[in-house]
Design a protein around this ligand. Structure first.
Ligand SMILES: [Zn+2]
Length: 348
């Protein structure tokens, strides 16, 4: 799983952040959800009172949930984040145009239909691979394939560089690149070292990521102490190039043991950490995908293209227990989507 990196080590991330977003300083008071649309009072921090409607003739739920989650993240983000999204991949760039025009239409009080924009996504994917993305008919596809296409041509997606550093004498070991696995499963950890994560224990995505980084670091460790001064080497982790988002797929046998983390932090030894915020969850069951959209201040909205004319519905009694996010109406969480943010939200 780990590859020796031929590129020079990244010492520290002193460059201005390229793909960061700023969170609202204070959580807003929760509002009562209304399904009536009042364009003049629309907040960028709530999903629009509209959405993709599931097509009975040409099953669309995989595209619906994907479109709704990323449209809403894009709609509620600053230009800093949307710019980094735009440069992520050709599909992200095409969606950027799509999302922007949909947002502008709503800001001007015109309500264009989400379905037309979703179908443009379908057209792109179907033209690219008609076997994986059949355009017409009652065909079930795997939403994970859309994510794979979204990350295509972006070779540094999820790639971390790991180095051992001696702070006193600034000695560094050669950097090793690892790619964070998309699928959350203990079998994907390198087999050196001791891990607490097993099929039968409950663990969070943050714990999974920590174990994944530690396991890869241990498996490529050359020396634990500095050859110059014998100080214990520290581990420095950094993104090769932070992605505007990361996603995690939960295989069926792991769905009772993996809990989402609201915030993911990838720490370094001495430079700023990278933070990712949970913004969307895709659920699967009974041949249908549904979703939760999560605002930056942790308010959740449910989305099902077969219900409520595709309009997201705010959950009025959000619980602090992340366990309730693992299911939605008898469907189980399949994919968690995290957005790169400038600073972690403060726990309320
Ligand atoms: Zn040293």
């Amino acid at each position: 799983m780990s590859l020796k990196s031929a590129s020079p080590p990244h010492k520290s991330n002193k460059r201005p952040p390229a793909s960061l977003d700023i969170l609202p300083a204070e959580p807003k008071k929760q509002k009562i959800s209304k399904n009536t649309s009042e364009p003049k009072t629309l907040s960028k921090h709530d999903p629009l009172p509209a959405g993709c409607i599931w097509s009975q003739a040409n099953w669309s739920c995989a595209y619906d949930v994907f479109f709704m989650i990323f449209f809403y993240i894009h709609h509620s983000s600053t230009e800093l984040w949307t710019n980094s999204w735009r440069h992520h991949s050709p599909l992200a760039s095409a969606l950027h145009e799509n999302f922007s025009s949909l947002s502008v239409n709503y800001a001007q009080g015109h309500q264009s239909t989400f379905d037309e924009h979703r179908d443009q996504l379908r057209n792109i994917l179907s033209a690219h691979d008609p076997n994986i993305f059949p355009r017409y008919g009652p065909m079930a596809i795997d939403v994970a394939d859309i994510f794979e296409h979204l990350n295509q041509t972006e070779q540094h997606v999820r790639t971390l560089t790991i180095q051992h550093i001696c702070p006193p004498c600034n000695q560094t070991s050669p950097a090793v690149s690892i790619r964070l696995p998309t699928t959350v499963h203990p079998a994907l950890l390198p087999c050196s070292g001791e891990y607490q994560l097993t099929l039968s224990t409950e663990f969070t995505i943050q714990e999974w990521m920590n174990a994944s980084i530690t396991a890869n670091t241990e498996s490529c460790r050359s020396a634990t102490v500095c050859p110059m001064c014998s100080t214990s080497m520290q581990i420095a982790t950094n993104f090769f190039q932070p992605s505007p988002f990361v996603h995690f797929e939960i295989p069926p046998e792991m769905r009772n043991s993996v809990l989402p983390s609201r915030i993911l932090t990838i720490s370094n030894t001495d430079v700023a950490s990278h933070h990712y915020l949970l913004r969307g969850i895709i659920y699967h069951g009974q041949l249908h995908f549904t979703a939760r959209l999560v605002t930056t201040n942790n308010i959740t909205w449910t989305y099902d293209g077969q219900l409520n004319r595709g309009i997201p519905v705010q959950e009025l009694n959000p619980s602090d227990d992340v366990r309730q996010l693992t299911t939605l109406q008898n469907r189980q969480a399949y994919i968690y989507v995290y957005q790169h943010v400038l600073q972690p939200a403060l726990p309320v």
